[in-house]
Design a protein around this ligand. Sequence first.
Ligand SMILES: Nc1ncnc2c1ncn2[C@@H]1O[C@H](COP(=O)(O)OP(=O)(O)O)[C@@H](O)[C@H]1O
Ligand SMILES: [Mg+2]
Length: 255
Amino acid sequence: MKFASPNIRLTADLYPSLTAALFVVIALWLDDQATIALWLDDQLGGSLPFIFCPVKRILRTGSNWIQSKGFTVWFTGLPGSGKSTVSHALYEAFLNLGLKRCELLDGDVVRTHISKGLGFSRTDRDTNILRIGWVAQLLTKHGIPNIVAAISPYRETRKQVRAMVTDGAQPDSFVEVFVKCPLEECMRRDPKGLYKAARKGEVKWVTGVDDPYEEPEDPEIVLDTTVLDVVSEVDILLQYLQSRGLILPGEYFTP
Ligand SMILES: Nc1ncnc2c1ncn2[C@@H]1O[C@H](COP(=O)(O)OP(=O)(O)O)[C@@H](O)[C@H]1O
Ligand SMILES: [Mg+2]
């Protein structure tokens, strides 16, 4: 005996449409809840209880959480110009903006791993930079925003790295940032005591002293670290990346 009636089949046929409609209703409802929650949080001066922080983070940065485009922000400049300082601040900002995955390659750290044993001759410096460039292009290709902070003193080598990273990716996926600071100021800051050691003759081939630094001719961004502070530097970088659609606008979330 058959139980199937035209009515039952009609309902079964409607299941996909009903499920889709239910999803739309739930999405609209969630969107409403999110808007209300964020409005309430704004009214309270961002002081919704701490327990809501993870929720707030996802609500405020959700778009960057979902979208992730690969690109390389490449900091170049003299030792002591501020590359590590700004790149760490930018990395923090990326996390705060909800970027799920990102990577920071600091030249000093890289030299203790994949470039361990390399010196500071032109050949060794180039090898170091090309290795970092190789990793940067892999990350970019796989949609992972990455930041590189390395003196990278030679124009030609930086050009090669740009070509590597943008090969097969969008042309603006390589952002060269010139961290500009006069040699005298870098020497005054001397965060690692490198210039002092060079003066004493303890180290050789120090960029700016007895090894050349070739300033970028057409970098995407110039940060003069004698004029700007770190917060404005990060703002400039974020605005540029947003204007290129590499990251999405979001709130600079601090719990
Ligand atoms: N506006 C600025 N941006 C970045 N660093 C700055 C700025 N003003 C002063 N500094 C200081 O300059 C030094 C830069 O050191 P660091 O970031 O290690 O340089 P690099 O990585 O280029 O060798 C730090 O001590 C930092 O606090
Ligand atoms: Mg550094």
